[in-house]
Design a protein around this ligand. Sequence first.
Ligand SMILES: Nc1ncnc2c1ncn2[C@@H]1O[C@H](COP(=O)(O)OP(=O)(O)OP(=O)(O)O)[C@@H](O)[C@H]1O
Length: 256
Amino acid sequence: MDSAVTVNHVTQVYVTEERATLAVQGIDFAIARGEFVSLIGPSGCGKTTLLSIIAGLIRPTAGTVTVAGNPVNGPSTRVGYMLQQDYLFPWRTIEANACMGLEIAGLLTKEKKQGVLHLLEEMGLYSFKDYYPSQLSGGMRQRVALVRTLATEPELLLLDEPFSALDYQTKLQLEDLVVETLQAKKKTALLVTHDISEAIAMSDRIIVLDPNPGRMRQEFHIPEEIRTSVPFEARELPGFHALFRLIWQEFGGHEA
Ligand SMILES: Nc1ncnc2c1ncn2[C@@H]1O[C@H](COP(=O)(O)OP(=O)(O)OP(=O)(O)O)[C@@H](O)[C@H]1O
């Protein structure tokens, strides 16, 4: 497999003055280039910990991670991170916010700025480029965050519940937009979500983690018919509900 990411025997122990917490233990998986994988599991099973390790924000207690064949030793522009909150700066225009990642990485050239304007156009935001974040809806702000993430041309996108603060309709629209954009740009993605139906609708594969400590439990490969449909339409397919029920039963009908 031509891997975009490999996670090799990763273990993370958080040590505070009061206690040591074994957050994840012996995690092994790989993600192929262009693949969209979701991580689901009960609260506290280490999903965000794993994303932080892959992003190079935390050095794991044991194990290694590679992105595009390179060992992860710290943050890099190879990896883009999108979170539940958009973290736009209120005093910067939409264009200036969208350029932030490039600016921080010292990569903001005239050409790159053109690329950002092009992305804003693709996301239906060009006419808002001189607006400020407070003048935009939550969904539009998340689209700006997506532009900011894509602007540095990361090979891998880490998506940590990026739709969970949005209303249902906006969330469905954004899911379609993200899947179509990432497919068109052949990006690899790892999504953390509590929403089983979102995971099925958006992914090629779902990895389920068990808690205490976080460990790999099971993988689900999404059938081709669902994988090749945009999330909104995927939800209408007959196989979707059977798969939802199967994963739901895995969780004992509890929260993912
Ligand atoms: N900085 C930290 N210091 C100490 N313990 C931590 C820290 N971050 C996370 N943990 C612990 O590690 C475990 C995994 O946490 P993590 O946030 O990765 O789980 P999660 O699956 O993302 O949870 P959620 O679904 O609630 O966001 C939990 O027991 C948590 O309390």
